[in-house]
Structures are given as C-alpha cells and as structure tokens.
Design a protein around this ligand. Sequence first.
Ligand SMILES: C[S@@+](CC[C@H](N)C(=O)[O-])C[C@H]1O[C@@H](n2cnc3c(N)ncnc32)[C@H](O)[C@@H]1O
Length: 330
Amino acid sequence: MKKFNNKILNGDSIELFKEIPDNSIDITFADPPFNLKKKYNGYKDSLEFGEYLEWCELWIKEMVRVTKPTGSIFIHNIPKWLTYYSSILNKYATFRHWISWDAPSSPMGKSLQPSHYGILYYVKDIKQTKFYELRYPHKRCRKCGYLLKDYGGKKNMLHPFGPLLSDVWTDIHRIKHNKYRDEHPCQLPIHLLERLILMSTDESDLVLDPFMGTGTTAIAAKRLGRNYIGLELDNKYVSIANDKLKYERSNSKLGEYWVSFFLKDIISLRNVDWEGLSEYYILPQNNRAIDHTKIEFIDKKKILKHFEFVINGNGKTKQDTMQLEFCNCP
Ligand SMILES: C[S@@+](CC[C@H](N)C(=O)[O-])C[C@H]1O[C@@H](n2cnc3c(N)ncnc32)[C@H](O)[C@@H]1O
C-alpha cells in the first residue's frame, strides 16, 4: 500500500481503485466531473443521465470500501447530483452533514440562481469516526472593522478568534480570476480542502482523491503534514499537479499546531488547539473589544513571512484574492 503514498496515479479511477485495499484510507474526497459539458483536456463531460449515475455508483461504492472505519467520505457537487449521491451513500455509509458552500455557479436558465455547492459528509462508522471542531475568523466589515453579525448583549462571550464552524461556509471563495488558476475548468481553492482535512484527520493520515485534477487535495494534504493518493485520468493534469507538489512543504503550522492559512490570516483552526495558539495573539483585556477590533499576531511580521512562504514559496501554486464585504458604515 505504501507504494502509492504521496503519488498521483494516472488512469481511470474505477480501475485504479482495484489496487487500493479495503479500510485503508483515512478520508476520501471526490470532486467528480459534474456532467455539465465542461471543457476538460481529455474527458468528455456529457454522459447520458442514467449512464452518469451508474458510473457514479461505481466510484462511490469504492470510496466507501477503501475508507477506514474511523474515516470520512466527502463528495463535492451541485445539489442536483448530490440528491442522487445521497440515495446511493445511504445504503453503504452514515450521513453526517450536507455542507453548503456559498459560491455562485453558472445561471441555469429559468430557475433560482445557483449560489451554493454541496459537500456531502458521510462516515463509515459513527461511533469510531474522527472529528475535530474548527473555528474560523469573525466576519468583519473590510472598511470599519466591526463584526458583520450583531451579537447583541452576548459580546462578552465572543470567542477572540471566531465562531465554531457550522455546515454553511460563506468565507471561502471560488477561484475567480483566470490568472490564479491552472489550465483546468474547475479547480477548487486549497483552503477548502484544508478545512475538511483539519476537521477529519490527524497528522500523517492518508487522504485519497479519485478525481485529483491539478492537485488541490494533494497540496492541501501535504501542507498539513498528511499523506495523499490521487487518481486522475488526464496525464496533463497529473503533470501540472506533480510540478506544483515538488515545491510544496509540510509547513502550514504555527508552533506545533497545524492551521489553514489564506492571505494574511488563519482561516481554519482546531478548537482544541486554541489554548496553545492563543499565545501567538495579542488578546484584548475586555472581550467587548472583539466587536470592533480583530486580534493580531504578537510577532506579525515573522508569522506572515512564514505563511507567505507556505502559500507562495513555490511560485507555482496560485492563490485567488479575498472577496470584500462591507457593512452600512459611512
Ligand atoms: C471536477 S474535476 C476535479 C478538480 C480538482 N478538484 C481540482 O481542484 O483540481 C474532475 C476531474 O476528474 C477527472 N476524471 C474524469 N473522469 C475520470 C476517471 N474516470 N478517472 C479519473 N479521473 C477522471 C477529470 O480529468 C478532472 O480533472
């Protein structure tokens, strides 16, 4: 099994899955072709309805088979396909969450504007599953710095860093600008994968992605000190991914704590790590100050330099910019 660790295998995932033993992977994550006629390099994204779903059942069953009893299964897609995936997954695994990822997608004609993707979160055995609560930074107005959410009389109880993560994610944006993406029609942001990995794995665990594209899951796993196996049909995408991975390091850490970093902030951290991580921040005397002031690192220059290296050190993996949000401040 070790022979596949930290490799992206080129081929059809249904065939390649046969090489992977039962119960051997800590988490499986899939971002399959959506059957929306996307322009991939080699793959034709337009199967007949029933044919697409039959094919999906094959790889979904394989994901469940290879996942350990302590493990989790994540599948990203548009809501339409996830409703079918759920009815397949309900036969083989246990539902945990439908994560709604707030990210606009293409208009579909006479319909509500699609504004979220879903990530199905299933587990193999609910009693044994690994799960870590995460926190993300408070959302603030980019101009005046005040919290966007009104906590009313509960400001004294605010967590200095930010709230516990819910099943609705509004703080991670799709890669919008072409200059930040590879030659691939649907590359995911790295910190989306980092969030899932921090939530469900420990250091050195093994993450498998049967539709690796240009390597997002592998990069996230490597940065967080996890191992990965990727499967990908298109040789060109495998080569782009490997090219980027050569320069990645397992160093997305603050002290001994693995964190997900984006632009100038930690974007996901584990609640259990907060006590240790809080030592890196200047914390306010009065918790009410959190309402208008974001906590800052004690040694901001050094920490930002470290994470700039984590994110941009290789110069190959591009990052998108943050969407700006404002309140009604003058
Ligand atoms: C939605 S994209 C995944 C993008 C990826 N998450 C990323 O961020 O780069 C789906 C990928 O599945 C690959 N693919 C399609 N059919 C496949 C198959 N039968 N086996 C393995 N990979 C396949 C396509 O080439 C494409 O790169």
